[in-house]
Ligand binder design. Structure first.
Ligand SMILES: [Zn+2]
Ligand SMILES: [Zn+2]
Length: 263
């Protein structure tokens, strides 16, 4: 397949999902500046992000980038995010998530790199499953690995002393395997499917920073929204009305760079 035909195909596979994808993450009042979840209108961050910042500080991820939202547990996007793991042969779920990720990277990785002050990512890491720590390859890596094959992989191992269902940040939840040489520039693209509290993802980011990573940028397929949380209401209403905007992102360059002036 030619490059142009492949790009067309990726776009088509995202377009067919627009009917059920919710509005794109964008900054605003009542939106956490870190994770784009809901927070009190008077706060800059949600409670879990504020707690993690207190514990991890600069050792947390430099930027958190959710591609979409996941509202509650219903809907086709939620189903894709469940099915790609539970039914590895469910090609539709994997194809949809891969297309969403690939299209986002093609069109917005420059926005993400500019926002994070990263010239180029050198490494990729997938947040390991804490429920299946013996799993050789995470299903997300099986699904997206081909799209990030130009980056060197970093594997994290799971400290099984930490309860697998914990919703808290743990500095010692993960251990880095093969580390890049000291002093070499290591800017890591850290990938996960769903962000709930960020505890697991930020524990992984902390581990990577401790291991010598200069920057860690967290890219997640979906920011989970709990519609029952009181402060979620405005966000839930907005993302229910506004469709997913595939040609923009939370850090879109056209919003950050002034338009060139005519001479
Ligand atoms: Zn947050
Ligand atoms: Zn963008």
């Amino acid at each position: 397949m030619s490059g142009e035909a492949r790009r067309y195909s990726v776009r088509t596979h995202v377009e067919v999902q627009l009917a059920y994808l919710h509005g794109s993450p964008t900054p605003g009042t009542g939106i956490c500046q870190v994770c784009f979840g809901a927070c009190r209108p008077s706060s800059a961050r949600c409670v879990p992000c504020a707690e993690i910042d207190y514990q991890a500080g600069r050792m947390a991820a430099d930027l958190v980038v959710p591609i979409t939202y996941r509202k509650g547990s219903g809907g086709q996007h939620s189903q894709n995010l469940r099915m790609y793991k539970q039914e590895p042969h469910n090609r539709t779920a994997r194809r949809n998530l891969t297309a969403l990720f690939a299209y986002f990277c093609l069109h917005h990785i420059s926005c993400v790199k500019a926002a994070a002050d990263v010239d180029r990512f050198t490494h990729v890491c997938f947040v390991p499953s804490t429920k299946n720590p013996s799993q050789d390859v995470h299903p997300l890596e099986e699904t997206l690995g081909d799209k990030v094959r130009s980056l060197r992989g970093i594997r994290l191992s799971v400290n099984q002393q930490v309860p697998s269902e914990s919703r808290s940040f743990h500095k010692d939840w993960f251990e880095a395997g093969v580390l890049p040489a000291q002093g070499s520039e290591t800017d890591v693209l850290l990938l996960d499917d769903t962000w709930v509290t960020g505890a697991r993802a930020q524990s992984a980011a902390y581990c990577l920073k401790q291991a010598g990573a200069r920057k860690v940028v967290m890219l997640v397929l979906a920011r989970q929204i709990n519609p029952d949380y009181g402060h979620s209401k405005p966000l839930v209403e907005r993302i229910s009305k506004v469709p997913y905007e595939m040609d923009s992102c939370a850090f879109h360059l056209s919003d950050m760079i002034p338009a060139p002036r005519s001479p």
